[in-house]
Design a binder for this molecule. Structure first.
Ligand code: G6P
Length: 609
């Protein structure tokens, strides 16, 4: 949430900052701004997307080789030029950008107002600016030290970057709860709230950890803890390629990422699913497998789409390995004083690895002695670092705000984990081998599903004007129904609800009339005959049924539209059934003229609670 970029070196900062902000726009797109130092402090900021800022900058042409930039997801104060970052000190001497929430900003602000500071915005961030200013003015400290002391008074979360008119060879950044990465170049440094803006400049990066502050000069950087202890930081090599974060001819990242799913899953399974020796290797979990097998229960936490994949995980692990599983919204789990012991295993699922609630849930689990595992996509992310062990998705960067390939890769990782736990426990070697084969066939079966994208685009034409949708599924495909509904509402703003198909009778059935499209996931599996009964119930009330089904089914006469996809083992069906639902949402959103990659009010990485 909120994107931060920074540059210090010998190139013109303006272009680097604007390009960086474009790469980060998925973190927030309510407003954008930059501050560039060149003799004085030049600030340019605009409500709206980075394009607005770019247009303004083209007319202003800000020169200078040091600067910071920000793309905002509004928390305190609506999107406006005034509330945009950077915010500047009263004497125009330094500018600051911020991601996070200053929770005690009201108290701090009252004190500052009493001292005569005036505020131009409604943001919590401006409070931090004046607080730093106040510490500096009252103590005479240099800016880095004043920042350090001001941060000690702050309750809340932050990733901040600061540049100063008085010292054009100084950039300060600090974090607590909101990610920051420093890119190391030759006589130049880049700052980003994730790796996306850094990749085109350097692969050498330093991850700033919570409670750390860095003072960057062209000649080098000095990282210290917030209580001023010097730290030696490791330089990491980024794995991502520039092509991976570009659209490569697709109109939207979301479509590119839907289409990438076969390759993403191949990368996720590669080297892990080993039919040769009939094993699954999850290197990161190696030393913890016994503890996971012996767990009293496994609790999986996540938010949004990751919570849906966690639900599939519950069906997988309980169904295949017979270990009790509970799935929790991370935001609820962290505050409801869950009963946890060291016999529990808590798995956090997060594409970004930065979601504030999921991170807090993991910290809660660790405090109670539970084994904390992470299933993340972003390498080096905070959740990946703070968990005891984990598995990366290897799905490649996901830029579209609506998650697609991360969902299927998360389900693939959970499938591997479930099978690994089940081997020798509930599954014979022969059955395990069959299942491995089934899993390895999934990428090509997804290719088959993607081949019928035009049929789904036609379906979207039919339903583009609907104002409500119902998604129904049972068993393994109940979470997929939830995910299908979430995808549609996220990007097309059509109200949609996902339900377990049988549960429809306890409420949603009242909504059904001929204007209500009902999407059924009706694969030919153990739930099939029950789902068919539910379809009949909808048809009897003149609902318009769309069925996602496989070649084995015979429900044509009940359905207005059928999307036939390949057959697979029941526990593998979510990996296929979700794909037409992603495509349906995508095409409907495009037809309705929505901004698919940057849906209103949403952000990709939710780093505030
Ligand atoms: C946001 C995104 C969703 C995502 C959720 C959890 O709401 O818009 O697409 O599923 O956060 O994110 P995570 O990175 O933890 O998987």
């Amino acid at each position: 949430m909120c994107g931060i970029v920074g540059y210090i070196g010998s190139q013109q900062a303006s272009d680097i900052l604007v390009n960086g902000l474009r790469r980060l726009e998925y973190r927030g797109y309510d407003s954008a701004g930059v501050a560039i130092v060149n003799g004085s402090l030049h600030v340019c900021k605009r409500e709206g997307k980075v394009d607005e800022l770019d247009r303004a900058l083209k007319s202003e042409r800000l020169e200078g080789s040091i600067g910071i930039g920000h793309t905002r997801w509004a928390t305190h104060g609506p999107p406006s030029n005034e509330n945009s970052h950077p915010h500047v000190s009263s004497d125009d001497s330094f500018a600051l950008v911020h991601n996070g929430i200053i929770e005690n900003y009201t108290t701090l602000k009252e004190g500052l107002v009493r001292k005569g500071y005036t505020f131009d915005s409604e943001t919590d961030t401006e409070v931090l600016v004046h607080l730093i200013e106040d510490v500096r003015n009252s103590t005479g400290l240099e800016l880095p030290e004043a920042v350090r002391q001001a941060l000690a008074m702050v309750v809340g979360t932050y990733g901040i970057a600061i540049v100063s008119r008085e010292d054009p060879d100084l950039m300060i950044a600090a974090r607590k709860g909101s990610p920051l990465i420093v890119g190391v170049g030759d006589g130049e440094y880049f700052l980003g709230s994730d790796a996306a803006p850094l990749i085109e400049h350097t692969r050498q990066v330093v991850y700033l950890h919570d409670g750390e502050m860095v003072v960057i000069r062209r000649s080098g950087m000095d990282v210290r803890s917030l209580d001023n202890v010097p730290l030696t930081k490791e330089v990491h090599e980024l794995e991502w390629d520039l092509e991976q974060i570009e659209k490569q001819g697709y109109e939207y990242f979301m479509l590119k990422e839907i289409m990438e799913q076969p390759t993403a899953l191949e990368n996720c399974l590669r080297g892990r699913v080993r039919p040769g020796d009939n094993t699954i290797q999850l290197g990161g979990l190696l030393e913890h497998m016994e503890r996971i097998r012996a767990a009293r229960r496994i609790i999986i936490v996540g938010c949004g789409t990751s919570w849906h994949s966690a639900l599939v995980g519950e069906y997988l692990i309980e169904g295949l390995a017979r270990i009790p599983v509970e799935v929790e919204y991370a935001s609820e789990f962290r505050y409801r004083e869950p009963i946890l012991t060291d016999e529990d295993v808590v798995i956090a699922i997060s594409q970004s690895g930065e979601t504030a609630d999921t991170l807090a849930a993991i910290r809660e689990a660790k405090e109670h002695g539970a084994l904390a595992l992470g299933i993340c996509n972003s390498v080096g992310s905070t959740i990946a670092r703070e968990t005891d062990a984990g598995v990366y998705l290897h799905a490649g960067p996901e830029i579209g705000v609506a998650s697609t390939k991360a969902f299927t890769a998360q389900v693939a990782v959970l499938t591997m984990l479930a099978l690994k736990l089940a081997k020798g426990r509930t599954l014979t070697d022969e059955r395990f081998a069959e299942y491995l084969q089934g899993l390895l066939e999934i990428p090509n079966k997804i290719r088959d599903v993607l081949d019928i994208h035009e049929q789904i685009a036609e379906l979207a034409q039919v339903y583009r004007y609907a104002s409500n949708f119902l998604y129904l599924g049972r068993g393994y495909n109940f979470p997929v129904a939830l995910e299908g509904a979430l995808k549609l509402k996220e990007i097309s703003y059509i109200h949609a609800e996902g339900y377990p198909a049988a549960e429809m009778k306890h409420g949603p059935i009242a909504l059904i009339d001929r204007f209500m499209p009902v999407v059924f996931i009706a694969m030919h599996d153990s739930t099939y005959s029950k789902v068919v009964s539910n379809i009949e119930e909808v048809v009897a009330r003149r609902g318009s049924v769309i069925a996602i089904t496989d070649n084995g089914s015979d429900i044509e006469r009940h359905c207005e539209y059928m999307v036939r996809i390949p057959q697979t083992e029941e526990f593998l069906t979510p990996l296929l059934t979700v794909v037409p639902l992603q495509l349906l949402s995508y095409y409907i959103a495009v037809l309705r003229g929505c901004d698919v990659d940057q849906p209103r009010n949403l952000a990709k990485s939710v780093t505030v609670e």
